[in-house]
Design a protein around this ligand. Structure first.
Ligand code: ATP
Ligand code: MG
Length: 405
């Protein structure tokens, strides 16, 4: 192995807690190393998210090691070798080194091993197959560091074989290319992927969801989705996600307006009118995600930025966040653009109001409980809305009195 860069693991979030877990494994005669995303991202100076730990101890020994060190272990995925170690109230996934016994493109049968290189070899991309120990020393069995630093998104081993072991890697290849590549697609990988586009349909919605949403948030997600459309990948598993120009618009707007990039909004931008339910089903989205996607992609009148009352009405009916979703999806459909900025300003500064009256107010005015009361309340609310939400509680009460007289 050539000289590798060192990582300052003490700078990571929850570094002290993670160090306790590594120390516990070492005290039991084993070793723990950080693996995957954290190591990769640290090497390219990107924010490190989850710290995942690999170990040469088997799960039962990991549990014992944690207990002996006064830490807690929760067997969250013990059948595939994962224990969640809790230190200082932070959870870390500790997974025993594994190698594949059998694969069928969707599931793998694995066995535990104490061979670090064997575990690295079953990971998908060279940049994802990196370990680093408690001192920040990097272990790189497949030239992942060089690939990462030069922007080469490359499989460990033969790409065709690696995709046949797990078809999700077809999609992961695009996702990581969109986030880390500096040049063209790896020729062998794109050729092998293209031959396997139809296999994506066979994967579970949950796995497709995770990779698709991450891809849409990736740095070059828009242009990579464009390539996937051109090459027939999008058509193979998500044929309704085709309006690339609108995705490009929404991604650019999020950046320019300082809005947090949002995967469901981006998915909605891509979606053909009325295709929300089909996409939600393919990707097994949560109910909340489906509701947002359906609202944004349903046939509806365009967002009328010239009418402040329409904008406030949207905020009242949908809430500020969903009104923003619709505004960004429709942004620029009419001229001038300044009208869209004015609408944005209303959505940002005018919080959804609460109707100032409730049933008990009408009871106090002498109305009796029952369906009439509900109808009267709805009438008052409609009056309040029609008055552009201007009436305060006192004015609403006065109107109520006038109506009940
Ligand atoms: P992110 O920051 O997006 O979470 P990550 O590298 O942590 O990136 P995960 O999908 O969380 O990505 O997976 C963690 C690690 O597990 C990867 O770095 C990779 O080594 C391995 N891995 C995950 N999925 C696969 C797969 N389908 N085939 C092979 N290895 C995989
Ligand atoms: Mg991860």
């Amino acid at each position: 192995m050539t000289e590798k860069p060192q990582i300052d693991v003490t700078a990571w979030p929850h570094a002290a807690a993670a160090a306790k877990v590594l120390a516990a494994l070492a005290a039991a005669g084993g070793e723990g190393r950080f693996v995957g995303g954290a190591v990769r991202d640290a090497l390219v100076q990107r924010p490190v998210k989850d710290l995942d730990i690999a170990t040469n101890l088997e799960p039962a020994a990991v549990m014992a090691a944690l207990t002996n060190a006064g830490l807690r272990g929760v067997p969250t995925g013990i059948e595939h070798g994962t224990i969640t170690a809790i230190a200082d109230h932070v959870g870390f996934e500790v997974t025993t080194l594994r190698h594949d016994l059998e694969t069928d493109g969707r599931h793998a049968k694995v066995a535990f091993t104490d061979d670090w290189q064997a575990d690295a070899a079953r990971r998908d991309l060279t940049m994802n197959a990196l370990f680093c120990d408690s001192a920040g020393r990097v272990y790189d069995y497949f030239d992942g560091v060089a690939d990462l630093l030069t922007g080469r998104v490359r499989f460990v081993g033969d790409p065709a074989q690696r995709m046949d072991e797990d078809y999700l890697r077809v999609l992961r290849f695009f996702r990581f290319h969109a986030d880390y590549a500096l040049g063209d697609f790896d020729a062998a990988a794109i050729a092998a992927a293209t031959l396997r586009r139809q296999e994506l349909k066979r994967l579970s919605g949950e796995r497709l969801r995770q990779e698709t949403l991450k891809l849409l948030l990736a740095r070059n997600g828009v242009s990579v989705w464009g390539e996937m459309l051109r090459l027939g990948f999008a058509e193979a598993y998500l044929p309704q996600a085709t309006t690339l120009d609108r995705l490009a618009k929404v991604a650019k707007l999020e950046r320019e307006l300082g809005e947090k990039p949002d995967a469901i909004r981006r998915l909605a931008a891509l979606a053909l009118t009325g295709s929300g339910p089909a996409i939600g089903e393919t990707l097994k989205l949560s109910n909340a995600e489906r509701a947002r996607l359906d609202l944004m992609s349903a046939a509806r009148p365009d967002f009328n930025v010239d009418d402040p009352h329409f904008i406030r009405r949207q905020i009242y009916d949908l809430g500020n966040e969903r009104a923003l979703d619709l505004l960004l999806i429709d942004w620029g459909l009419t001229q001038p653009e300044s009208a869209w900025y004015r609408a944005l300003d209303i959505i940002r500064r005018w919080p959804k109001p609460t109707f100032p009256l409730a049933g008990r107010d009408l009871l106090k005015l002498g109305m009796s409980a029952g369906p009439d009361l509900g109808a009267r309340l709805a009438e008052l609310e409609a009056w309040w809305i029609a008055g552009d939400f201007a009436a305060d509680r006192a004015a609403c009460l006065e109107k109520a009195r006038a109506m009940t007289d």
